[in-house]
Design a protein around this ligand. Structure first.
Ligand code: CA
Length: 342
């Protein structure tokens, strides 16, 4: 009898332990929350990041741009008009192209703005980019600084005992340089201050600009005394044609630890459910020692490629048929659940 009485709690404890093993420890594959849980709450708000954290994302993304007073804010565009009420709050502050550039505003001005999900201008009116997502103009949200967001994620890591990573992107570094700002050095300084200094730390730093990636790896990080993982984003194969030549990814691997390609570069969008056409990108990247984290996986109505019959199908095709190491999604809960069932 004592053996029996002991066995039940032991088994229950074992099951609990197994249930709490992080998903990526089992499959090695990661879920990156693209702009947070942006399928459910306004992109890049702290609320969207807390929700992504609670949904079990392994990494949470920050797009970064600079203000006039040299602060890093978490914002996808270099302009404020798609995701805030800047036009109503600061009329007259647009440039000649009628856009409101974050770099023309001080942080205390950005703090006065209401953040929303992405909007489109239709016949002079703001409409939600995705009709099924969080409604425009409801409740109240702000544009956070990079430091505020890191403190949110590190604070949650402290209170939950988890170890969720960050995945910052340097937006349009050439634009920032032309405006007299070295955004990459500013980002590296903040990362160092918050303890992200080695390749084993839970951070990937991403950018579309190869020249900037090279400067970060060969000048900015050595000067700061840090060495973290870098991701080259790839959208247009014609941006740097050499990357797609035979030795291209091996050359890239001198400065990068992985690539973040648009998913049509992995599975040809002309594929059908019965005839998937994989490119050789994942195989060549892995041969060069690079991780592959494609973007962006969306479960909204009308967003599935024709070759996928469901969102799970799309995840299966990329995570396991194509063999990617992680992916960016606006719906981190769905990707986490998918990996748990797999
Ligand atoms: Ca991004």
């Amino acid at each position: 009898m004592p053996a029996f009485q002991l066995r039940i709690p032991f088994l229950a404890g074992l099951l609990l332990m197994l249930a709490s093993v992080p998903v990526h420890a089992q499959s090695g594959k990661i879920v990156i929350a693209h702009r947070g849980a942006s399928g459910y709450l306004p992109e890049h708000t702290l609320e969207a990041k807390a929700m992504a954290y609670a949904m079990g994302a392994h990494y949470i993304e920050q797009d970064l741009v600079m203000t006039r007073d040299d602060r890093l804010i978490v914002l996808h565009d270099i302009t404020l008009d798609r995701t805030t009420d800047v036009a109503a709050r600061f009329p007259g502050r647009a440039r000649a192209d009628e856009r409101y550039y974050a770099i023309d505003f001080d942080l205390d001005e950005v703090r006065q703005l209401q953040a929303t999900g992405g909007s489109l201008l239709v016949d002079g009116e703001r409409r939600a980019g995705y009709a099924n997502r969080f409604p425009l103009g409801r409740s109240t949200f702000r544009v956070p600084t990079f430091e505020e967001e890191i403190e949110l994620i590190q604070g949650l890591n402290h209170s939950t005992g988890r170890d969720v990573g960050i995945y910052p992107e340097i937006k349009q570094p050439e634009f920032h340089r032309a405006e007299g700002k070295d955004i990459s050095s500013a980002v590296v300084d903040v990362l160092k201050r918050y303890g992200y200094t080695e390749k084993s730390d839970k951070v990937f730093l991403q950018t579309f600009s190869y020249p900037e990636l090279e400067i970060i790896n060969s000048e900015i990080m050595p000067r700061a005394g840090i060495d973290i993982r870098l991701i080259q984003l790839v959208r247009d194969p014609n941006a740097y044609p050499w990357m797609f030549e035979a030795e291209g990814l091996r050359m890239l691997a001198e400065h990068a630890d992985g690539i973040g390609p648009a998913h049509p570069l992995i599975i040809d969008p002309q594929s059908t459910p019965d005839a998937l056409r994989f490119t050789d990108l994942v195989e060549r990247a892995h041969a060069a020692g690079l991780d592959v984290h494609p973007y962006t996986f969306r479960a909204d109505p009308g967003q599935l490629p024709a070759y996928a019959e469901s969102f799970d199908d799309l995840l299966e095709q990329h995570y396991f048929s194509a063999g990617v190491d992680g992916l960016f999604t606006d719906f981190p809960d769905l990707a986490v659940q998918f990996l748990q069932t797999r």
